[in-house]
Design a protein around this ligand. Structure first.
Ligand SMILES: [Zn+2]
Ligand SMILES: [Zn+2]
Length: 301
């Protein structure tokens, strides 16, 4: 798995959500209603991932909006015995995927079915880094989950991601809603709060899946990353209206650039010292929303 900088490849950007519940599990909107909502909000694709079952998506796609099948699968084997939640993307059924299975078995079986796995909300699940290090074959983890953020303020799982990347695990960072349409007078709606922007040649199932496997996307709960350029000596990131632009690497490496006079930053440039294993870009706005690039492997430029 070699990551090309998605900002440097041909294609268009497509906005999507990888984690969606409907009335077929514990969501409050039917498949038709939730698809209509995301389409109206400017999204291009949506994975429907009800708990431990695959919701039928035939007939839900249209020329400009792709609906893909999946499921959120419960699995066993974590240290605290809370259980894993694994988002299985692009599976047609849950045959042979009982919640009694160990997480690695679930990942293997999903891949045998042609699907891919994202580890859902590690912080919410109270997973440990060991729980993630013992797994292989999953494409990424949810570094931001809107529903977990609005319900119990455990939406961000960035520390897990850096711990995995620093140990050489090539996993991508995903922002997803985990939408249930549950909200009240002190909790915002969990729809359309976290997404990924995928760079692909066209909006097809194969193209979206290939881009997800190759890391050709970035995650956001607000900002747009306009460009990431890899120069001979330095890396430049462009994202207007940023309060901070961070270049995050393993250990104590990397650098943060923050506006001192209140005027937003639109770009920042970082010169690696040469020992960084990976580098990822994080653009944060004054309102606290952020966009997160996938890691770049500096030895492979
Ligand atoms: Zn879950
Ligand atoms: Zn969920």
């Amino acid at each position: 798995m070699i990551l090309e900088n998605p900002f440097a490849i041909e294609g268009r950007w497509f906005k999507g959500n990888l984690h969606t519940h409907t009335t077929n599990s514990d969501g409050d909107r039917s498949p038709v209603q939730i698809v209509e909502h995301y389409r109206n909000q400017g999204y291009d694709f949506l994975f429907i991932t009800d708990h431990n079952r695959v919701t039928e998506v035939r007939g839900l796609s249209s020329a400009d909006f792709l609906v893909l099948p999946g499921a959120e699968l419960s699995a066993k084997g974590d240290e605290a015995r809370n259980g894993y939640h694994l988002v299985a993307l692009n599976i047609g059924d849950t045959e042979g995927l009982s919640p009694d299975l160990e997480a690695q078995e679930v990942i293997d079986r999903v891949r045998e079915k042609g699907g891919e796995v994202v580890v859902a909300h590690p912080y919410w699940s109270a997973l440990t880094i060991h729980d993630l290090l013992r797994l292989e074959g999953y494409i990424g983890l949810e570094i931001y989950n809107t529903s977990c953020f609005y319900s119990i303020a455990k939406g961000h799982s960035l520390v897990y991601w850096d711990a995995l990347l620093a140990r050489g695990c090539r996993v991508w960072g995903i922002a997803a809603d985990d939408v249930h349409w549950h909200f009240n007078d002190h909790r915002p709606n969990d729809a359309c709060g976290g997404w990924i922007m995928v760079k692909a040649p066209a909006l097809t199932v194969d193209n979206i899946l290939a881009a997800l496997r190759q890391g050709h996307f970035y995650a956001s709960n607000g900002p747009t990353i306009e460009a990431i350029r890899m120069g001979e000596q330095s890396i430049t990131a462009q994202a207007s209206k940023s309060r901070s632009i961070n270049f995050i690497a393993d250990g104590s490496r990397g650098e943060s650039f923050t506006s001192l006079d209140g005027r937003p930053l639109s770009w920042a440039e970082f010169t690696p010292a040469g020992k960084e294993k990976y580098l990822r870009v994080e653009c944060i706005r004054a309102d606290g929303t952020a966009a997160w690039s996938n890691p770049l492997w500096l030895g492979e430029r």
